[in-house]
Design a protein around this ligand. Sequence first.
Ligand SMILES: Cc1ncc(C[n+]2csc(CCOP(=O)(O)OP(=O)(O)O)c2C)c(N)n1
Ligand SMILES: [Mg+2]
Length: 768
Amino acid sequence: MSEVASSEKVAGQFDSPASSGALGEADADAGPLTGALGNSPMGPMTDEELIHIYRLMYESRCIDDREIMLKRQQKIFFQISGAGHEALQVAAGLALRPGYDWFVPYYRDRALCLTLGVTAEEMLLQSVGAEADPASGGRQMPTHWASPRLNIVSTSSSTATQLLHGVGIAEAGRYFAQHPEAAAPAEGDYREFGHVRFHADEVVLATIGEGSTSQGEFWEALNTASNQKLPVIFLVEDNGYAISVPVEVNTPGGNISRLVAGFPNFHFAEVDGTDPEASYHAFVEAAAWCRAGHGPAFVHGHCVRPYSHSLSDDDKLYRSALERDADAIRDPLHKLQMRLLRESILSEGEINALEQAIDESVAAAAVRALEAAIPPVSSILRHVYSEDFDPTRAELATEPRAGAEAGARKGKAETGTQDRAMAERTIPDRTMADLINLCLRDEMRRDPRIVIYGEDVADASRESALKEVKGKGGVFKLTAGLQTEFGSARVFNSPLAEANIVGRAVGYAVRGMKPVVEVQFFDYIWPAVHQIRNELALMRWRSNGAFKAPAVIRVAIGGYLTGGSIYHSQSGESIFTHIPGLRVVFPSNALDANGLLRTAIRCDDPVLFLEHKRLYRETYGRAPYPGPEYTVPFGKAAIVRPGTDVTVVTYGALVPRALQAAQKAEAEHGIQTEVIDLRTLSPYDWEAIATSVKKTNRVIVAYEDMKSWGYGAEIAARIADELFEELDAPVRRVAAMDSFVAYQPLLEDAILPQPEDVLRAIVELRKF
Ligand SMILES: Cc1ncc(C[n+]2csc(CCOP(=O)(O)OP(=O)(O)O)c2C)c(N)n1
Ligand SMILES: [Mg+2]
């Protein structure tokens, strides 16, 4: 039946000509164009239009009812319905254009997705967890939508995270419209794998329940959409409850429209979401506002929840009978049915016939879904990481280009040999901070899809000031000069909100851009962890490869700062190496930082790029500029000091400290220590560790983070497991005390692992 619905949509009354500004070839990708109703989008609906809406609403309810039956028969495993929201959602779907506009829905949006073109069978394939489930291949619960064909972006169960994706998606669309050359395909990096589509007047619909507007990310999304006048329609589907929590608990005063009314640039609408006609008109106006470039829109639809929150919930436990009866009277499906009868648009017999046809079609779709193959166990690890771009591949091991320094100085390609010779004589080696900055600059020159944003990363948000000031360029100056060279559309300050930074990056990356964002201090990454773990790293796996979010997050990490104290010294990398789908990189020197960052940017996976603050300007590990093509593969450790007696596996700021310890161990005790710098923590180079342990038979894992539950625990466990017979001594960990870092320098020294601690462990292990 949904096929009938879609073909009617193509043929019929909901078509509208493409609006102005659609860009050339990209139009070929657009799906059937819905949009305004006939010639009079704001006029009364025709009988055919109302019947069409009823058909979609009934089909949505019918799929819910079918799922409920299947769940009770234990043939599916979860059910959450869109009942009571159908009128609002069908109206939204009809006012917008699948495959042209972008959609970031939530789990309640069955009728929306049905209207956009997801079929009943596709929905039921997800209910049974079938291999052919196009949204997730059996990985996500039912109603966790995704359709690349329709521009429905994969959504999670997390409430509110999706709104920031919607914001980033809108930003990316605007960026491509203003820089169409950036959409061109390119070979040799992530751009090879994915096709960019955009339209100058596209709109993003991002939906949310009223309870979830309590989440900070709701406000963070409104902030940026408002500030940047982005074409995002925020739809709040207000059914008065968040599971058992009534609206007044989540929303002071009980009405979210009143609270958001002060945001500039918005078009606001509050509608009876059980009335499809009023809702449709609200969306037509909202879309027109957005397409005209005035800014975002906020549609607040009041609807009902005639079924409980989900099949795991029973609303009789917390709602009075009176209240439930009142909801039942406002059920949009019954209301529209009554209208069709009352206005003699359809007779009872015609309604029955229409419903019966849909019932049969949904039942048949359910039979097909129940017969569908389930995903093989062998497929579980597919799409954890990119199947296209392997960041560990050998070709990424390149040599630094001799004589590249002159080019770096002049800010352009290398010049003559005389300049080069001069430069090499007069310029000292570059710090890690310099070489990270130069990598960002070179990659931005090479790849117009890179945008850089974060707190304080711009030279000056008020561009006019740049005539007289030098510019900030990051609290550690890592992004200095980039806004000045590349402009404010590519390098800009974010609001002071870490979830905003990463959530928008997910949206940008989904559209094929390369956001290289900065989290100012690792100590403040925590508000973004929800986005990193549940969204960024999961996008590819949960959508079974349909979507991906290969953004780079640069983060200043670590202590040894003398006065950095608790909130500027934290480590905690193992929290992130514990996330499948995320690459975690932790360079210890300038050259590695340059080459690994380049690989991170070109990579097709999301990367957490950890930069140790203490190493930014250290004398240790400086190097000449290696040129704009220098890459280092992931998963390839460096033996920074060969040895035969004891192995120290380490990374980051512990590398120079382990080297000091190794020198002393040799000078004072005649012990030959091999020091391995892992360089990347996920993936990590097991082969290098195993080879060394087989040679030395003694191993220390040294890391800056707290000892218990730290990164070294996994390495130590694996060595004990797989190399037990090679060991002549227990595996030893040298790490921080199980404490935060104190401000007082003497305490900081005692808390963090020092070269003497590593030395002591080396000497002790040698005794075995
Ligand atoms: C971040 C987060 N916290 C808690 C939950 C559990 N949860 C799922 S739905 C829900 C209520 C959402 O209510 P509302 O936003 O009003 O949407 P509705 O389900 O009513 O449409 C809760 C608490 C979740 N999925 N995500
Ligand atoms: Mg609700």
